[in-house]
Design a protein. Structure first.
Ligand code: PRX
Length: 633
């Protein structure tokens, strides 16, 4: 849990069989090699993919921190993810196996997926979507979501996927910021046996951000929804048109052309649009997946994240397809209808690698060992964890009960901004529960003090990345100053990237992530900004001012506490409390709903008027208040 790094120092060694057969059996050697000449190392990795035209320069750092990778190279990530496989035996291999929450199933060979993507790409093109246009996608975990992403990328459009758990205002803000004229959504999504009314939310968001001219709606749940004539079209009608031919020319992109924008929470204000590009991103995501999860042709890979987050972008959609792997995707809740749903699917589909978040593991652990023990999980070879520090108890359960002490756990530390795994074991690296272990080859990280000097082993410090890497974010969409300010200003002289996490290194060089040092809260592994939740609260007429903090929680990692000053004329009550929770659910999304709302008369502020969330947190947790010398009164 974010504020409680564990102290265990037990070693877990990977089975010899796994090490011997791994793509990278010797981490140390490969790390040292990459360290000697990182650019040559990355050029070699890029050489494993196909390019329409080769790059002239691996890295251009002349305008740092606006780094460019594989400069002059011509490519399209969809060429590597789909087109090239169609020319090989892989055309008949399964690319995607999917199960819906109600139990319906679909599977896509590479050939079928390629055709579906082409059909939809032709639809988008015929609607006038061009290279560089932004397309917002707001859907549940159904095959049309990756198809829409790949179709956009194929024609050079920039996709902006908004997680289906966000609500009206969050979606409206993201549409507005990206200025998307096209929105792709569904009538609904299945979750815990109920329908999430995506279309209704989309309608309200478009009402608030009327830049959208066309809405394309996938029929998933089948209930009646409002369709606005001239604006809204059914997906199935469009892909049945003659224009939707199963072949489609792939747009030739520059390596540095944008691939997608993904909004994520930062320290202040509105979510920022993290921008990734075609060239470096494909190289880095495919290399990391291949080496960390040791993907082989016979594998069935299950990344249980949502495509609406970076984990899904990189490791459900792009990297597995580039590697020609078989991926599994499941629509719904892990416990629906019973807590054995995941284990049943692992057995049924013969999943070999499972990658999920600590919060999901803790959630399933709660139901006891009997549920997984009823299933044959012997197909599993490797396990993975992401999103927040994994506590040793959850690690051990995952290792013992799910992996039967045979499957090493790859605890991968990374971020929306990094595009791919940064600190992570490879299957050959001995593990310590709770540590993300070592940097990936080609990556240099350190733990430093406020001046940027390395702190000694065992001391808490700030996590920095010392050298650029191919899948780094290129900018904050439409706000280059914020990109420089947020990530590069703190250690300007040294040129270090500020990750926003605190961490420590132990005597063995193993890295232990502690948690965020900014106003970002990780709730069930989801990343939320205090500012987003606070502006959700103050958009209610009863709230004059609000402050939000994250408080450690057994299950979710953190939960949200909110402190509200009421507008005069309103009085605290149970009803108002409930109403405010409903309001946040509506405006921001269910994941942002505070566990507790407290009505207060004032908030602790610095003399310059900044809310001291640190103090609120100390009070909420019953901890010493620390330095209060900057407090206004
Ligand atoms: O605080 C770290 C935490 O998640 C943050 C990044 O969140 P997001 O951009 O949503 O990406 C999550 C999925 C890549 C980081 O700054 N985090 C992520 N992975 C880990 C982690 N904390 C500890 N251990 C991890 N393995």
């Amino acid at each position: 849990m974010s504020d409680m790094p564990n102290k265990t120092n037990d070693w877990f060694y990977p089975p010899e069989e796994i090490v011997k057969n791994a793509h990278v059996p010797d981490y140390e050697a490969v790390y040292a090699r990459a360290q000697r000449d990182p650019l040559e190392f990355w050029a070699e990795r890029a050489g494993e993919l196909e390019w329409f035209e080769p790059w002239e320069k691996v890295l251009d750092d002349s305008n740092a921190p606006f780094y460019k990778w594989f400069v002059g190279g011509k490519t399209n990530i969809v060429h590597n993810a789909l087109d090239r496989h169609i020319q090989t035996w892989r055309r008949n291999k399964l690319a995607l196996i999917w199960e819906g929450e109600p139990g319906d199933r679909q599977s896509f060979s590479y050939y079928r997926l390629w055709q579906e993507v082409n059909r939809f790409a032709n639809v988008l093109r015929s609607m006038g979507v061009k290279k560089g246009d932004r397309v917002t996608i707001y859907m549940g975990r159904i095959p049309e979501l990756p198809i829409a992403m790949l179709a956009s990328a194929k024609i050079g459009a920039i996709h902006s996927v908004v997680y289906g758990g966000f609500s009206e205002q969050a979606l409206a803000d993201r549409i507005e910021d990206a200025q998307s004229k096209v929105l792709i959504t569904a009538d609904g999504a299945w979750l815990r046996g109920k329908i999430v009314p995506l279309k209704e939310t989309a309608d309200e968001a478009v009402h608030r951000s009327p830049v959208v001219e066309t809405m394309i709606v996938v029929k998933r749940t089948g209930q009646d929804v409002y369709m606005e004539p001239g604006r809204d079209f059914w997906y199935h009608d469009l892909v049945a048109l003659p224009i939707a031919s199963p072949t489609c020319e792939t747009e030739v992109m520059d390596a540095e052309d944008p691939l997608f924008i993904l909004y994520t929470s930062g320290t202040t204000g509105k979510p920022k649009g993290v921008l990734h590009t075609h060239g470096g991103y494909q190289v880095y995501t495919s290399t990391t997946l291949k080496w960390v999860f040791d993907i082989k042709d016979e594998d069935r890979w299950w990344c249980a994240a949502d495509p609406g987050w970076i984990t899904g972008h990189s490791y459900i959609v792009y990297a597995p397809l580039i590697l020609g792997a078989t991926s599994f995707m499941y629509e719904g809740a892990p416990t629906h209808p019973y807590p054995n749903r995941w284990w049943k699917m692992i057995e049924h589909y013969g999943i070999t690698i499972l990658y999920t978040a600590p919060t999901a593991i803790r959630g399933l652990m709660r139901f006891g060992d009997a549920w997984p023990n009823r299933h044959d999980l012997s197909s599993l070879r490797l396990l993975g964890s992401v999103g927040e520090p994994i506590n040793p108890e959850a690690w051990r359960w995952y290792y013992t009960v799910i992996g039967k002490e045979r499957c090493p756990i790859m605890d991968t530390w990374w971020q929306t901004e990094t595009g791919g795994f940064m600190i992570t074991p490879l299957p050959s690296v001995p593990l310590k529960p709770g540590s993300a272990t070592r940097p990936f080859p080609g990556i240099e990280v350190d733990i430093v003090d406020d001046e940027g000097n390395p702190v000694s082993p065992g001391t808490d410090g700030t996590l920095v990345i010392k050298k650029p890497w191919p899948s780094m974010l290129r900018t904050v969409y439409g706000d280059p100053d914020r990109y420089v300010e947020q990530y590069w200003s703190k250690y300007k002289d040294k040129g270090y990237y500020l990750a926003g996490d605190s961490a420590r290194k132990d005597e063995d060089g193993y890295i232990w992530i502690i948690g965020r040092i900014d106003d970002v809260i990780k709730v069930s592994g989801y990343r939320l900004g205090t500012a987003e939740i606070e502006s959700g609260l103050v958009s209610h007429p009863a709230v004059a001012e609000a402050a939000v903090i994250g408080v450690p929680d057994e299950l979710k990692g953190n939960i949200i506490y909110a402190y509200c000053i009421l507008t005069s004329g309103f009085t605290p009550s149970e009803e108002l409390n409930d109403e405010l929770k409903q309001h946040v659910r509506h405006e921001v999304g269910p994941i942002a709903v505070p566990a507790k709302i407290e009505f207060v008369d004032s908030l602790p502020k610095t003399r310059s008027g900044k809310i001291m969330r640190r103090l609120l947190k100390a009070r909420a947790m019953g901890l010493p208040e620390g330095d209060t010398s900057t407090l206004a009164d």
